[in-house]
Design a protein around this ligand. Structure first.
Ligand SMILES: *Cc1c(COP(=O)(O)O)cnc(C)c1O
Length: 393
């Protein structure tokens, strides 16, 4: 092998993330690197912070992107808030809730698991029962938009339950932010993290995060040191919270932050409500097309995430062969099922820049072509018109 420059293939990214990046975001990241303590860069950090506050719907002072993917934001919440001996109620209705449980246990906490079936939202009544049985619980952790199943849970109701029981809420909004409404202050949520590569359509590797004053207080009142040096907020805040006199903690991913800034600016220009409406509209068109083809979705309509659509694989169809054909022939990426849903569903993302009429039509046409060739039991020649009717009718 002789070393050569890497030129990635052109793809349409319609899986569970990353989503397609807008040329404005790519161009922003290609600008010259400056020092991470350069006054110009510190100005950019302040702008990123205020754009993130708007996106999250919060006035929280501690709002910043963690230098790491969504999983790092998740871990930052748990290592800062959970200490050995703490009890945390963890809602598990898919893969990512299971990871929250793992985080609680690695911090030495006791996880009280509230299980719901995969494909169903978290049941607030079960959470209320868990609080009644474990009144000492320090926090409630749940996933707002469970990407493994395509289900939305009622974040407002769950955060209210936590407040009513004097507990903190830890909320995963990795897939929700920018796709469905996220209203941190209105919910009274305490520790909320997201990801850059889903509905924000930025490059993977950053995790926007926000902590309420109550959560900051809980970090201050820790009995012992945070077990992670890198994610310790008492240290990180000297960098992100220090105003003009920021102190070196780690070298921020400068160019990645140019990209996040541009993607947040684009979200601000479009408007949060308009972005959410766009996701709902294209979701309706995709579903109309899939159903016209004879495919079905396992999640009940009221619980569906517009930005992540689980679709049943028809009997006898090799789901991996379908994904491979879409990728090699049409450059179209969709996702496989995870965990309990592996082999049973595809996951079609309509996230951020990947949520457009062109994406919906390309996906329906590609799927129909591939499934028809495999002799799958579908109706041909109906999907495009059904989707178009919703989009433009
Ligand atoms: C993608 C995702 C994560 C993890 O984000 P990474 O950037 O892959 O680390 C966490 N939670 C949910 C709900 C996700 O969809």
């Amino acid at each position: 092998m002789s070393p050569a420059s890497f030129h990635p293939p052109r793809r349409l990214l319609m899986g569970p993330g990353p989503s397609d990046l807008h040329p404005r975001v790519l161009a922003a990241m290609a600008q010259p690197t400056v020092g991470h303590l350069d006054p110009a860069f510190i100005g950019l950090m302040d702008d990123v912070k205020s754009l993130l506050q708007r996106a999250f719907g919060t006035a929280n002072e501690l709002t910043m992107p963690i230098s790491g993917p969504g999983s790092a934001g998740m871990e930052a919440c748990f290592v800062n808030l959970v200490e050995p001996g703490d009890t945390v109620i963890v809602c598990v209705n898919g893969v990512f809730g299971g990871r929250m449980k793992e985080n609680v246990e690695r911090c030495g906490g006791t996880a009280v698991v509230v299980d719901d079936p995969w494909g169903r939202p978290v049941d607030p009544a079960k959470v209320a029962a868990a609080f009644a049985a474990h009144p000492q619980a320090k926090a409630l952790a749940f996933v707002h938009a469970e990407t493994s199943t395509g289900v939305a849970s009622d974040a407002a109701a769950l955060c209210r339950l936590a407040r009513d029981h004097g507990a903190l809420s830890i909320v995963d909004t990795v897939t929700s932010l920018g796709g469905i409404p996220v209203r941190v202050d209105e919910w009274g949520a305490d520790a909320v993290y997201s990801g850059s590569q889903k509905c924000l359509s930025c490059a993977p590797g950053l995790s926007p995060l926000t902590f309420s004053p109550r959560a900051v207080e809980a970090v201050r009142n820790r009995r012992g040191k945070c077990p992670s040096w890198f994610l310790d907020f008492s240290l990180l805040l000297g960098y992100w919270g220090g105003g003009a006199k920021r102190a070196y903690h780690h070298t921020a991913p400068v160019n990645a932050l140019y990209g996040l800034h541009e993607s947040l600016l684009m979200l601000h220009e479009e408007g949060l409500d308009a972005a959410c409406a766009r996701h709902r509209h294209h979701h309706r068109a995709l579903v109309a097309g899939l159903e016209a083809m004879g495919l079905s979705l396992p999640v009940a309509p009221a619980d569906r995430l517009p930005q992540l659509n689980a679709v049943r694989v028809p009997d006898g169809v090799d789901e991996a062969a379908v994904r491979a054909a879409l990728l090699t022939r049409f450059g179209l990426e969709i996702g496989a099922g995870l965990g309990a849903l592996a082999g049973k569903v595809w996951r079609i993302g309509l996230m951020g820049q990947s949520c457009s009429a062109a994406h919906v039509m390309a996906c329906l046409t590609g799927l129909e072509t591939v499934l028809a060739e495999m002799q799958a039991p579908i109706h041909q020649g109906k999907a495009a018109a059904a989707a178009s009717g919703v989009l433009f009718g």
